[in-house]
Write a protein that binds this ligand. Structure first.
Ligand SMILES: *Cc1c(COP(=O)(O)O)cnc(C)c1O
Length: 396
């Protein structure tokens, strides 16, 4: 039996013919940039995450960069985040010129340990970026309390956790601003790159909308005023210049990006969003079967906090004999993935930051032991049984 980590073809089949129709409709309508599909998907995604604003962007990494910039974070600032995450979390912080300050993670949940945050706070700290890793929400009450006490912003990296909840509250609605990715293998994936920023703040939303289109237009003008601390004032004389399609389109107020959610991707995401909860439910059911069948076995299993509903973007377990196990699973036709083999403080790209081996022992320990086994909504019971059997047989 061959079992991949995720089966996008199986998923696409369940979406036919709706997916084809939605994509072709955009192709034929020719409103390719920021058309009605993007606008409608933004409204639907805001409703889904219980947030006031959702701003579509080109990918999850850009979402993080734009969110950081919207908060005014840049050179001289520090942002606290996990060292056991995908590179982009810290890359975005470094990209805006700030310093990523890492914290170690909890060995059971793989999420950043709130008890280790305060010792990393300095006068330069501007924000905390919790990453809801593998689809499990961080201990947000603890993080939000620390943020409040030290007057720090909270940027959720929710790229792996769309649809998860913490004490009944949706990912993306807990911090000041949150970032999502629609990379094809994420729980809500598109047919290419895509991303989203959510926030309840009108001002942050205005800045994000400006930054995704070169800092131009009315949003650009307003964003510049917000960032410089001026009251927003609408300058009506320019807005009434109707000699061009959009009078402010070629007036630029900030150095921004070209990072919009693609119209075709938005159309496809609108087909998928109504199915997300069912898919996440299936992932949870498969994870539950793994947890029950493998409890007390050779492997260390992920622990989920009682107050969260995780969405198991990955099912990541630990083994003392990882490379041997991965090899055996491969021979049995079962795909695995190692998340993450190098904690971020040991990445070559951050060698200027002066981190050493041994600085974050938990993350380093996990990086030698963790691996992901298949979990995706279209997995059959027989496939799940097979994975469990092979895992058991390897360490009888
Ligand atoms: C996928 C991911 C990102 C980046 O998203 P892209 O859309 O690939 O740019 C950022 N952070 C985490 C935790 C991710 O898993």
């Amino acid at each position: 039996m061959k079992i991949p980590l995720i089966d996008l073809k199986a998923q696409l089949e369940t979406l036919q013919p709706a997916a084809d129709i939605a994509v072709l409709k955009v192709l034929h309508d020719t409103a390719y940039i920021m058309g009605s599909e993007v606008q409608q998907f933004e409204r639907e995604f805001a409703a889904y995450t219980h947030t006031k604003h959702a701003i579509g962007v080109g990918n999850g990494t850009d979402a993080l960069v734009i969110a950081l910039k919207a908060l005014g974070i840049g050179p001289g600032d520090e942002v606290i985040t996990s060292t056991f995450t995908f590179f982009a979390s810290a890359e975005a912080i470094a990209f805006v010129g700030a310093k990523p300050v890492f914290v170690d993670v909890d060995l059971k949940t793989y999420n950043l340990d709130p008890g280790l945050i305060e010792q990393k706070i300095s006068p330069k700290t501007k924000a905390i970026m919790p990453v809801h890793i593998f689809g499990q929400p961080c201990d947000m009450d603890a993080i939000l309390e620390i943020a409040k006490k030290h007057e720090l912003f909270v940027i959720e990296d929710a790229c792996q956790a769309v649809g998860a909840t913490y004490k009944g509250r949706a990912m993306g609605s807990l911090g000041d601003i949150a970032c999502f990715s629609f990379f094809p293998t994420k729980n809500l994936g598109c047919a290419g790159d895509g991303g989203m920023i959510t926030t309840d703040s009108d001002q942050l939303a205005t800045i994000c909308k400006a930054l995704r289109v070169h800092g131009s237009g009315q949003n650009g003008q307003d964003a510049r005023d917000i960032l410089s601390g001026r009251e927003i004032e609408h300058r009506s004389e320019q807005a009434t210049d109707n000699t061009v399609y959009n009078p402010l389109k070629y007036y630029n107020y900030l150095i921004g990006h070209n990072s919009r959610l693609d119209e075709i991707q938005a159309a496809l995401l609108r087909v998928k969003l109504p199915l997300l909860d069912t898919w996440n439910e299936k992932r949870r059911a498969i994870a539950q079967r793994y947890l029950e069948a493998l409890s007390g076995s050779f492997y260390q299993l992920p622990v989920t906090l009682a107050e969260v509903e995780a969405v198991y973007h990955m099912f990541v377990l630990q083994s003392e004999e990882r490379s041997k196990d991965i090899e055996c699973l491969k021979e049995a036709g079962i795909a695995t993935g190692v998340y993450y083999p190098v904690p971020l403080h040991l990445q070559k790209a951050f060698d200027q930051e002066g981190y050493q081996k041994g600085d974050y022992p938990q993350a380093e320990y996990l990086s030698q032991r963790t691996f992901a086994i298949p979990v995706y909504p279209e997995m059959s019971d027989a496939q799940v049984d097979y994975v469990i059997k092979v895992l058991h047989d390897m360490h009888e």
